[in-house]
Write a protein that binds this ligand. Sequence first.
Ligand code: PBG
Length: 325
Amino acid sequence: MNIIERPRRLRQSAALRDLVRETSLHINDIVLPVFVTDGVNVDQEVPTFPLVRTVSIDNLARLLDHRVRRGLRAVLLFGKVRAANKTESGDAALDPDGCVPRAVRQLRELYPNLTVFTDVALDPYTTHGHDGIVHNGDVDNDLSVDILSRMALVHAEAGAHMVAPSDMMDGRVGALRSTLDTAGFHNVGIMSYTAKYASALYGPFRDVLESTPSFGDKKTYQMDPANIREAERECRLDLDEGADIILVKPATWYLDVVARLSEISDRPVAAYHVSGEAAMILSAAHAGHINRHRAVEEVTLAIKRAGASIIISYFVDDIFDILAT
Ligand code: PBG
């Protein structure tokens, strides 16, 4: 046979395959979502999402010591407040002694080399579960941006390295940037949820935070899954407003968006492999349809190959194991 090109030549051994590998996983690229709550000695699992434990501040070390020892470099903090402490306007989000600011202070003290991101949105703190202030039956953009800016400032004052607005209000990146700069926090970065879609894949996360919207849905602020041009527009706006990292969420059904934004952004692109995506892998593995480690390796690699240099993942333990073999 006269075959000129033989791509199989480069697949002959593991060493050769590794040599020509175009993308690889690295623990430096992974950010672990961490859920903190008030109270003491809380370490709670939610049956619908066993990858996550909600802990009180005193249990952060138990949750993270071994992971930091294995190389974890970054966490993204979410606060969980009791139903009794939720209000219409999410006041607990602005409490400098709330669970997130306290967790930030604790993490900065415990792990000097860990990068601490905080989620900025009101949904864990509001009675209605929406990301901002509800006015006349819809989330009011400008009222919400004002509160979210104050929330970001509370996190910066506690020592967060980066704030991550996940609310999808218009103009919030610029507003957060100017609030942070005015207060002297020039070096606190913004990882913006630039293209966050109104997705069916957030269920397990909402179970953890008990934040399922009590009415309506999030389609007046999160994006329509049908759109990519709109993601380009959000990206242009976020870059103009000063975002340091551009985030796409969910990840795997939106790899075209990850790829597109990584072409047009001159700043790093992150992708959030969200709770529903993780839960599907867990369920399929549990049913014996797929191998969990192999699936996690493949999906995480795929997100990276599409162009995300940062991956928010619940599978950090699996990734440690995969990298160790
Ligand atoms: C809301 C928020 C959500 C997630 C992160 N921030 C859910 C939502 O928009 O209702 C989902 C993350 C996940 O599913 O893992 N600010």
